[in-house]
Design a protein around this ligand. Sequence first.
Ligand SMILES: C[S@@+](CC[C@H](N)C(=O)[O-])C[C@H]1O[C@@H](n2cnc3c(N)ncnc32)[C@H](O)[C@@H]1O
Length: 354
Amino acid sequence: MADTLTKLTYQTLQQGKSYLSFAHKTLSIQARKALKPNDLPMIPVPPELITKLQQRVNDLLAVDWQDAENGVYPTSLLFDEPWVDYLKQYPSLIVDMPSIWRRADGKKHQDFDRDIETDGYPSYYVQNFHHQTGGYLSDLSANLYDLQVEILFGGSADAMRRRILAPLKASLTAFSDVPAKQIRILDAACGTARTLRGVRAMLPQASLFAVDLSGAYLRKANEQLADMPGELVQLMQGNIEELPYVDNYFHAVTCVFLFHELPPAVRQNAIDECYRVLKPGGSLIICDSIQVADSPELEAMMHMFHETFHEPYYRSYMEDDLIDRLNKAGFAQVLPTEVHFMSKYLVATKAVDS
Ligand SMILES: C[S@@+](CC[C@H](N)C(=O)[O-])C[C@H]1O[C@@H](n2cnc3c(N)ncnc32)[C@H](O)[C@@H]1O
């Protein structure tokens, strides 16, 4: 009975989030129409595609519930929402919309306020990804990011992130002789720490580490992790291309929603670095956007995403062979790819004798 009630509550919460994000999208379209009545109309999504997408969301939520019910992670994680923060940030998100439209219309992709320091970052990174104000380099951007991503994915972004948890837990069985506290896990390109909250909830004793290029996002990550029990997560500002750790250090590395935002050569450097810092027998678990090969029916949508959301490297990402890259880096085994809603999952393991 308790389980049935919890499941219903979870389903209602997810439904509520999807209505709220739909309401916001409708508001944003209406506001834009009011400001620019002569704008080109949006291309409507065909009804059969909407049905398919809805089915994918339903499947995602079913697996999410199943993993919690099977004890992969605590059921409470399904309700881990920063509502107060979302409410606090929503007015700023509305106020920021005209700047985003101005940037999108003017194709201004490197538009930064003077007080934002862009020196010292790789040039591929100094971009207004998703037309974001401040790119990844401002506190405003870090504050709005989670809310924007949840709206984009109709409230299912965290459910997609959680799909790395079961394979992460399974991969650690290779180290069952290591005490829980001595297990070291790195979340590379951690952003605002939504993934880390999930990892911490599932593995309360493990030593968690995280790297991101953005100081602003790391500040937000620190804030978001402050109420989590257990040892502090060790956050470090750094580039995934030059991870600030010695070889063979981590039992597992996770990387969520990064590769589609990297140029092709950098994708390879990033995978090579993850391989280097993994212990023999350790696994890299990737969650990223779907690609044409696993979701050909959504190819038109992927093109639309690349063009309208300023994802400068998405076009090359759509066709990139990530498994080939993992093999090139030296990974001995790559499990069959999983796909959930708009993301895909790869688990690659470093040979025990490497
Ligand atoms: C789309 S966000 C994903 C963040 C987070 N993993 C999540 O699930 O929300 C991409 C993140 O990658 C970081 N990033 C981009 N290029 C990077 C690089 N070369 N090294 C480290 N972090 C990078 C950005 O600062 C940003 O926080």
